[in-house]
Design a protein around this ligand. Structure first.
Ligand code: SF4
Ligand code: SF4
Length: 483
């Protein structure tokens, strides 16, 4: 049958999306809008037909009209056009939905490097190891942040957060607890000042756990401080990498302290943060040890940031191995979620939250915009990992932000400047990735992390499949990501 239809001469082509399938249902992850659509009716057939090449609308309908009614085909073509899955063959490519952020974008999270001193000497440390970008040992910054600087930082956060009702203050190091007196004073001060300003402030800190003692644990619990423990796994793994300056392993010191913390501190979930290296790649064993033997509520794992020539850098086979194990944990996570049960693999939860919120990033992360780091002397940098690096300093807590420098940073790091990413379907989630990783790998924070593309795409695909399965079988589980 041949027919003539309105706008039938318009030539249609596929636009940008990434298809994925769960339980026989096809979904489209739209790029760059980050919307997710379930394919129904003749959608698959239309996409398959256009997958072979652009066609006029008339030709497309003629080709499929033996299998579907013409009205249904026209309606589906309209729907697919509306979500930008198909469109005019000459329509320009869309890059990201938003342009540069507006002036006065609020700061919501500030990370205070309360000390740059550490009592451990982890081989792979980005702060002290072979890939450090700040000369923390001989540099100009004081080893400890003074109480006055911490208070000025709080004032800076409250001021720069503008209309935001909730702000986050995170303490980081070095080893954060080496400056416990300033932590105590700062939390009390910040709580009082936030109340005066009509805001709510939330606190968190990262520690290597070596200095936890009953008084500190009480304080953490009483003040509802979120705690992340940097730990690499069972004794043989921890002692191989996370050592004191005399080379002695730290596992026996931290194990009882962590157990005491987990027993006493119930006001916030306690998480573990694992750095994976080529020397500790048994993800499943590490995860099970930290959740089942130690009792952590959540465990997040991230590959080490380092240059490829280091012997602990993860090789390409290592990345495949890591992905396979992540996928096993992701499937376990899904099984639990389908039964409304908790599973502590936070990597999948974090990615799912971004998928659910339809995040389409113009930037790899919030550094230099909604999140900033403060060095011990009060200099403000892109984030905690750049604290103290003159090249990445964009102001100070007393003098404010250098808006010209920040503006240039936002231009240089926008996805629009990352031409390598312009044809990548994963860019709404990745947007080029971590600036610190890029700086270590390529010598500049604005370079996209092309050494991780395959990994990022595979992992995002896995999380999309999990999202589809949950949306189909237990959609109410996803409501927790609405907050
Ligand atoms: S860095 Fe790679 S995975 Fe990430 S958006 Fe760019 S091309 Fe895609
Ligand atoms: S630049 Fe990297 S380390 Fe810094 S906040 Fe962004 S993702 Fe985190």
């Amino acid at each position: 049958m041949s027919l003539t239809i309105t706008n039938g001469a318009e030539t249609l082509a596929l636009r940008e999306f990434h298809p994925f399938e769960t339980d026989g249902i096809t979904y489209l992850y739209m790029v760059p809008s980050a919307g997710i659509f379930r394919m129904e009716g003749p959608s698959d057939a239309i996409l398959n037909a256009l997958g072979k090449g652009p066609k006029t609308k008339t030709l497309l309908i003629n080709e499929l009209s033996d299998h579907f009614g013409i009205d249904l085909l026209l309606e589906t073509i309209d729907e697919l056009t509306e979500i930008h899955a198909i469109g005019d063959v000459n329509a320009p490519r869309e890059l990201v939905p938003n342009d540069l952020p507006p002036a006065g974008f609020p700061l919501t999270t500030m990370v205070l490097n309360v000390t740059n001193k550490c009592n451990l000497a982890c081989t792979y440390c980005y702060e002290y190891g072979e890939d450090k970008i700040v000369d923390t040992k001989y540099g100009d910054q004081p080893k400890f942040m003074a109480e006055e600087t911490a208070q000025e930082s709080v004032e800076f956060l409250l001021e720069e957060s503008r209309g935001q009702e909730v702000v986050h203050l995170t303490f980081f190091g070095g080893e954060t607890l080496l400056n416990f007196p300033v932590l105590q004073e700062t939390v009390a001060y910040a709580r009082r000042r936030a109340t005066e300003e009509g805001k709510r402030i939330e606190f968190s800190l990262t520690t290597n756990a070596t200095l936890l003692r009953p008084q500190i644990i009480e304080w953490l619990a009483d003040n509802q401080i979120g705690v992340t423990i940097s730990i690499d796994g069972p004794k043989e793994v921890q002692d191989g990498l996370r050592v004191f300056h005399n080379g002695k392993g730290s596992y026996d010191v931290i194990e009882p302290k962590i157990k005491e913390l987990l027993k006493r501190h119930k006001t916030r979930p306690i998480g573990a943060r694992v750095t994976l290296t080529q020397k500790n790649m048994d993800v499943l064993k590490i995860f099970r040890h930290l959740t089942e033997d130690m009792g952590f509520w959540e465990v997040g794992l991230a590959p080490v940031t380092t240059q490829e020539q280091r012997d602990y850098a993860i090789t390409s086979e290592g990345k495949d191995n890591m992905l396979e194990q992540f996928e096993i944990l992701a499937q376990e996570w899904l099984e639990c979620a389908l039964n409304d049960e908790h599973h502590g693999f936070s990597n999948v939860k974090d990615t799912l939250e971004e998928i659910h919120k339809g995040v389409s990033k113009a930037y790899g992360c919030g550094a230099g915009l909604g999140l900033m780091g403060v060095a011990t002397d009060g200099d403000v940098s892109l984030c905690h990992r750049f604290a103290g690096s003159p090249e990445h300093t964009i102001g100070s807590v007393t003098e404010g932000i250098d808006r010209a420098k920040q503006g240039q940073f936002l231009v240089d790091h926008h996805i629009a400047s990352k031409t390598d990413c312009h044809t990548c379907w994963a860019r709404p989630i990745c947007s080029g990735g971590c600036y610190h990783e890029a700086h270590v790998q390529y010598g500049t924070s604005s370079h996209p992390n092309l050494h991780y593309c395959t990994w990022v795409r595979s992992w995002t695909h896995t999380c999309l499949e999990i999202y589809g399965a949950l949306a189909e079988k237990n959609p109410k589980f996803l409501n927790r990501f609405d907050a």
